[in-house]
Design a protein around this ligand. Structure first.
Ligand code: NAP
Length: 506
């Protein structure tokens, strides 16, 4: 068996690498249906396979249907519902025993995320009461309940209060930052320590925090379901260490074997530093800002009651980082913060569902003797660390503009170097459809006056294969039309190069 170069542990395939193996509680599969909301998100995406592996009847709630979900959660029931639409929640909660509430709208940005989160929680509480749900389990955030908190922590607290105000017994698990491959906090720290040689540390870098590994979060979530003693109560969950934010950076630096200098910084403007962090890391500004705003709030466990009910040894911060780095290097990142949709995304706007094809289209193709399988493999590796081949700089310039104007930019990268599933992000695109060895359809999520898609297709033609790329664009307003014509001259170089490189590298 292969062993990890980093942890020295056997490399397990995702299917056999479950987190809950040493959980002291026993599966309660007789309880009936368990609903997981936020299943497309970072935490929910890790929870679903664990519940399925323990034999639960899982219903997964998503906001947009996709054929790929049936493949991803073959043993689960899938229901489409938006927490902001109460009538859809009634169907989602029908016949459910326990519902996990893992919804949040941080990506919507400062102005509306708090009210949106509250509205979603209020709808959910009402629907759970009407649907006779027996339990709700919510993962919220740590933070002194008496203190004046940052908008993010305050919003999590309001959601907790709203959910537990109803008649359905609600378990609240409160966590600080979650460390695991693909988590936003992990990627922020990782990119900061990799890209900054001298760290200006403001005074708030001395605030204490108790990070927790994603595997321990999932264990507590599953354990809360299996231990009735957790019903209707609130628990603080944390990893084995309490560290300052500076120590969090230092330990990470040490794990990566890097040398970095830490110097006291007179600049402590949170908005400015969060914006800088969003430019350096793949994580967009609304998320970095929300996390940085909590800088002054100590987020440490005030009691360890949960450890008595679910006794297992949580990971230290260093162990969590080592595991996350290992998973990333082994290309085994199962879910990522970018899996949930950005604000401008119109969930229902799919190329296949449009009444007619978008107004503008430009296409390029070539004939190649390469097999369809190798062409598809090659095109599935575009973007991220691999880049966009020949015209990389043009994509970067476009991405940099996007980032400066608070868009998603090109630096979001991708979850896995080799694997692509529907919903995955590739820089500023998202996979909308995928047919093995035949087609890959990407939808643009960058800021632009319109909606754009990029479609790659492979078709057999007279004994060889035709590899094509087509750009589709539906303009919005007069700027939309101008935008298309401004970029049209570049299409020829970018797309021609792109398919030539895909064919060459396959
Ligand atoms: N990640 C952390 O470091 C961390 C730390 C402490 C606590 N937590 C808590 O853990 C929970 C889950 O966090 P996460 O990091 O997994 O979040 P995430 O990756 O951002 O996912 C959020 C999920 O919420 C869904 N969602 C958003 N609005 C919705 C709506 N109106 N109706 C239905 N679903 C909606 C999203 O669905 P779409 O895919 O459709 O957008 C997505 O699946 C949150 O309560 C958070 O406060 C997280």
């Amino acid at each position: 068996m292969t062993t990890s170069r980093i942890t020295g542990e056997p490399v397990l395939k995702w299917d056999d690498g479950f987190f809950c193996r040493d959980l002291p509680s026993k599966p309660q599969t007789g309880i009936g249906k368990v609903l997981v909301t936020g299943a497309t998100g970072y935490v929910g995406g890790r929870l679903v396979p664990e519940l399925l592996a323990r034999g639960y009847h899982v219903r997964v709630m998503v906001r947009a249907a996709s054929p790929e979900y049936k493949e991803r959660w073959a043993d689960a029931e899938i229901v489409v519902a938006d927490a902001l639409r109460p009538e859809e929640l009634a169907t989602a909660l029908d016949g459910v025993h326990t519902a996990y509430y893992l919804i949040h709208s941080l990506l919507l940005g400062q102005k509306i995320f708090e009210s949106t989160d509250f509205c979603a929680a209020a709808n959910f509480r009402r629907a759970a009461e009407e649907g006779d749900v027996k339990r709700i389990i919510y993962l919220g955030a740590l933070g002194d309940v008496q203190a004046v908190l940052s908008p993010h922590l305050r919003s999590r607290k309001k959601v907790a209060r709203e959910l537990s105000r109803g008649s359905v017994p609600t378990t609240i698990l409160r966590a600080a930052i979650i460390i695991g491959s693909g988590s936003a906090s992990y990627e922020i720290v990782e990119h900061l320590v990799k890209n900054i040689l001298v760290f200006p540390t403001p005074r708030w870098a001395q605030t204490r925090c108790q990070p927790i590994g994603i595997r321990d979060v999932v264990k507590y979530l599953v354990g809360a379901l299996e231990e009735p003693a957790t019903s209707g109560r609130s628990f603080d969950i944390g990893g084995a260490d309490v560290l300052t934010y500076e120590e969090i950076l230092r330990v990470f630096t040490d794990v990566l074997g890097l040398k970095r200098l830490f110097v006291r910084s007179p600049i402590s403007n949170v908005r400015f530093l969060a914006y800088l962090a969003s430019l350096i890391t793949p994580v967009p500004a609304p998320v970095t800002l929300s996390l940085f705003e909590g800088r002054a709030d100590e987020v440490i466990c005030l009691d360890n009651e949960i450890r008595r009910i679910l006794p297992f040894k949580p990971l230290t911060y260093r162990e969590a980082v080592v595991r996350a780095v290992a998973r990333e290097r082994e290309d085994r990142v199962h879910t990522r913060w970018s899996d949930s949709y950005p604000p401008a995304h119109e969930l229902d706007l799919r190329l296949a569902d449009l009444p007619k094809l978008p107004r503008y289209r430009s296409s390029h193709s070539l004939l190649t003797e390469k097999s369809a399988a190798s062409l598809f493999r090659s095109l599935c590796s575009i973007g991220g660390k691999e880049g966009w081949f020949q015209s990389n700089w043009m994509w970067r310039v476009r991405g940099a503009f996007d980032r400066v104007f608070f868009g998603v930019g090109t630096s979001r990268g991708r979850r896995s170097l080799s694997e692509l599933r529907v919903g995955d992000v590739i820089d500023f695109w998202r996979v909308e459809a995928r047919a093995r060895d035949r087609r890959l359809l990407l939808r643009a999520e960058m800021k632009m006056p319109g909606a754009a898609w990029l479609q790659f297709s492979i078709r057999p033609e007279e004994g060889v294969n035709r590899l094509s790329v087509e750009a589709f664009y539906e303009p919005r307003g007069v700027f939309g039309h101008a935008y298309w014509y401004a970029f049209l001259p570049f299409h020829h170089f970018i797309f021609r190069d792109l398919i030539e490189q895909i064919a060459r590298r396959s």
